[in-house]
Design a protein around this ligand. Structure first.
Ligand SMILES: [Ca+2]
Ligand SMILES: [Ca+2]
Ligand SMILES: [Ca+2]
Ligand SMILES: [Ca+2]
Length: 559
C-alpha cells in the first residue's frame, strides 16, 4: 500500500505566502494559533494500480492541538481537482466514518483512473490544508451478458395468412432468419453480470437503422419494430433488406455489454427462379436442363458435356420463369407473381462479366421465357455456368438458377510406346483410364560399343469421340455425341527437364504420333534417362485448346 499526500505542494505554498506578505506594507494583525490536522490514507489500492471497481478505502487523522471532528472526502476522474467540474461546490462531502467501500465507474474496455481525496477537520473546524490522496484505476472484469428470451417475426403472406418465424440469428451481417415484407419483429431479453457483487442496473437497445440507443432502465427488456407500409404510401416505402436489434446491459460500474448482443433478420424473402422443362411449360415444371439448338435439338440435363463446335461454337437454349416467395405479401394486385425482371450471368471456368439485365421484358410465372446463348455469343470450348435470377417488387434478387454446360471433349492418350533393342515397339505405358493405378513397365538397355543407345518413344493421342457403344475404352470423357476433333500439339519432358515442354505440331489428321528420343546419362539429371525409376510427363492439346496430361513412370535397367 502506498499513500500519496497532497503535501507535495506544501513547501511551494509557504513560499507563495511569504512572497504575498512581503508585498504588503503591514503584516496581518491577527494570527490563528490553531494548528491544522493531518490526514493519512491507511488502506487503498497501490499507486496507479488496477483495482476492481468496488474499492475499500480507510483513513485516519490527527490534530496536534485538539481533536478530529469529522472528515471530508472527494472523488475525481483521472486528473481533475475536487470541485473542478462543479461550480459552487467544493467537491468534498462530509463523513464521520474512517473507511468505506466506494463504487467507481469502470467502462470497459477502457480502464478509468480515479483520485480519492480525504482531509480531516479538527474540533475548531479547521481542515487539513493538504488532503491525503490515492490514485488508482478502476477495472470491471466482465460486462453484462444478455439472454434473449423471445424473438418472433409476424407477417401476412401472399394468401393473406398470418405467418410467424423465430428470430435467432446472431450475426449482424449475415442473418439466417427472414420475415415477409411488411412484417414486424419483437425481441425480449434479460441479463446478468458475473462479477462479485455486481449486477445489471439497466438495458439499452436500438434497431440497426437507428444511431442512438433507447431505454436505459431495468424495465427496458422488449423491443419491437414494424415494417408495415403506412396506409396510402407508395410501394417504395416498403423496407427490404437486413436489419438487427442491438442490446446492451449496463452494470453497477456503468460498463456496457461489449460487443453488443445481436438479433438479426432479413425482411423480404428472395424471389424464386426456375429453369424449366422446355418440353412441358403449361404449367411450368422446375427442371435444370438445356436444349442443344444447333445439332440435335436434344434436351440435356445440366452438367452435360457437348462436342466441340469448332470455330462456330455451340448454341444452347433454356426456358425459365420466376415468382416471388409465396411467404411474402403481394404488393401489387396487377402483378401477383411479384417479379419485375430478370438478370443473367455467364461464367466460363469461373470467369465472366457481372450480371446483366435480360432485355425484352421477360414475363413472370406462370409464363415462361426463352434464353438463347446467342444473347452473349455461342459456346466455344469451355466449362460454362449460365445463371438466371429474378428481381422482386422491392428490388431483391433471388438465388440464381444455374445450368452447367461443358463444350469440347478432352483429347485422350491411346499409346505410349518405346522401340526396343530388336527394333520392335513395346508398351511404355500400360493403357489405363486416368483414375486407374498404373502398371510400371521395366525397360532393359545394354551398352553398345561402350555407350547406351538413345531410347525412342512414340506417343499417340486422339480427339475423336463417340457416344457409347462406340466409345473408345480409353476415352474418359462423358461423351453424349460425336466429336471429330484432332490433336495439334504434343509435349513431353523427362525427369523434370529444365527446358520444359517441347512442342511437336502434327498434321491435321491427328494420326501422327510424337516421336522423341531420350539420352542415357548414368549420372542421371533432368532430361536424361538413368537407371531406376524415370518420370515421363506428356501433354496433348486439341484444335480448340483442351489439354490432357499423362505421367508415365517406368523402370530402367542398364546392363
Ligand atoms: Ca487543531
Ligand atoms: Ca461487471
Ligand atoms: Ca420478395
Ligand atoms: Ca476435343
Amino acid at each position: 500500500m502506498q499513500v500519496l499526500r497532497w503535501g507535495g505542494s506544501v513547501g511551494a505554498g509557504c513560499l507563495l505566502l511569504l512572497a504575498f506578505w512581503s508585498c504588503r506594507e503591514t503584516p496581518p494583525s491577527s494570527f490563528d494559533s490553531n494548528l491544522p490536522p493531518e490526514t493519512v490514507i491507511s488502506g487503498a489500492p497501490a499507486e496507479s494500480a488496477n483495482a476492481y471497481y468496488r474499492v475499500h478505502i480507510k483513513w485516519y487523522g490527527s490534530d496536534p492541538d485538539g481533536s478530529i471532528d469529522h472528515f471530508e472526502y472527494a472523488i475525481t476522474d483521472t486528473n481533475k481537482a475536487p470541485g473542478e467540474d462543479t461550480p459552487g461546490f467544493s467537491g468534498f462531502r462530509s463523513t464521520t466514518r474512517s473507511d468505506s467501500v466506494f463504487v467507481f465507474t469502470a467502462n470497459l474496455p477502457q480502464i478509468l483512473g480515479h483520485r480519492f481525496y480525504v482531509r480531516a477537520v479538527d474540533n475548531q473546524g479547521k481542515a487539513d490544508p493538504t488532503p491525503a490522496m490515492a490514485f488508482f484505476r478502476a477495472e470491471d472484469f466482465n460486462t453484462p451478458r444478455i439472454v434473449f428470451h423471445q424473438g418472433i417475426g409476424t407477417w401476412y403472406d401472399r394468401a393473406g395468412h398470418l405467418r410467424t418465424a423465430q428470430i435467432r440469428s446472431t450475426n449482424r451481417y449475415n442473418p439466417t432468419d427472414t420475415i415477409g415484407v411488411g412484417g414486424s419483429v419483437t425481441v425480449s431479453w434479460s441479463g446478468f453480470d458475473i462479477d462479485p457483487g455486481d449486477s445489471v442496473i439497466g438495458y439499452q437497445y436500438r434497431l440497426s437503422t437507428e444511431t442512438l440507443y433507447n431505454g436505459g432502465t431495468l424495465a427496458d427488456t422488449v423491443a419491437s419494430v414494424s415494417f408495415a407500409r403506412p396506409a396510402g404510401a407508395s410501394l417504395a416505402s416498403n423496407f427490404s433488406g437486413g436489419a438487427a436489434f442491438f442490446v446492451l446491459g449496463i452494470d453497477v460500474a456503468k460498463a456496457k455489454t461489449d460487443p453488443e448482443a445481436v438479433r438479426s433478420f432479413v425482411v423480404n424473402f428472395d424471389p424464386v427462379t426456375w429453369v424449366v422443362d422446355p418440353d412441358q411449360t403449361d404449367p411450368p415444371v422446375h427442371k435444370r436442363v438445356f436444349k442443344d439448338t444447333d445439332r440435335t435439338q436434344t434436351t440435356w440435363p445440366s452438367g452435360t458435356w457437348l462436342a466441340d463446335g469448332g470455330g462456330s461454337g455451340r448454341d444452347v437454349a433454356i426456358k425459365y420463369t420466376a415468382f416471388d416467395d409465396p411467404r411474402d405479401m403481394s404488393l401489387d394486385p396487377n402483378n401477383p407473381s411479384g417479379v419485375l425482371g430478370y438478370r443473367f450471368r455467364v461464367l466460363n471456368q469461373g470467369n465472366g462479366v457481372a450480371y446483366q439485365s435480360i432485355p425484352g421484358n421477360p414475363r413472370p410465372y406462370p409464363q415462361v421465357n426463352d434464353f438463347r446463348s446467342d444473347i452473349f455469343g455461342t459456346l466455344g470450348t469451355g466449362d460454362y455456368l449460365l445463371l438466371v435470377q429474378a428481381t422482386d417488387e422491392l428490388g431483391r434478387n433471388g438465388k440464381p438458377d444455374t445450368i452447367k454446360v461443358n463444350v469440347n471433349y478432352y483429347p485422350y492418350f491411346v499409346t505410349v510406346h518405346y522401340v526396343d533393342e530388336l527394333g520392335s515397339e513395346q508398351e511404355l505405358w500400360v493403357p489405363a483410364l486416368p483414375s486407374a493405378p498404373q502398371d510400371t513397365v521395366t525397360v532393359t538397355m545394354h551398352t553398345q560399343g561402350g555407350a547406351y543407345p538413345e531410347l525412342l518413344v512414340r506417343i499417340l493421342a486422339r480427339d475423336d469421340h463417340h457416344p457409347p457403344p462406340g466409345k473408345d475404352p480409353l476415352d474418359f470423357n462423358p461423351v453424349v455425341e460425336d466429336e471429330l476433333g484432332f490433336v495439334v500439339d504434343y509435349s513431353a519432358r523427362l525427369n523434370n527437364s529444365r527446358e520444359g515442354f517441347v512442342d511437336q505440331p502434327t498434321d491435321s489428321t491427328g494420326a501422327i504420333p510424337l516421336e522423341r528420343s531420350f539420352v542415357v546419362d548414368p549420372e542421371g539429371g533432368s532430361g536424361f534417362l538413368a537407371a531406376g525409376l524415370n518420370r515421363l510427363e506428356i501433354l496433348t492439346r486439341d484444335g480448340s485448346g483442351r489439354v490432357t496430361t499423362l505421367v508415365v513412370l517406368f523402370s530402367l535397367i542398364l546392363e
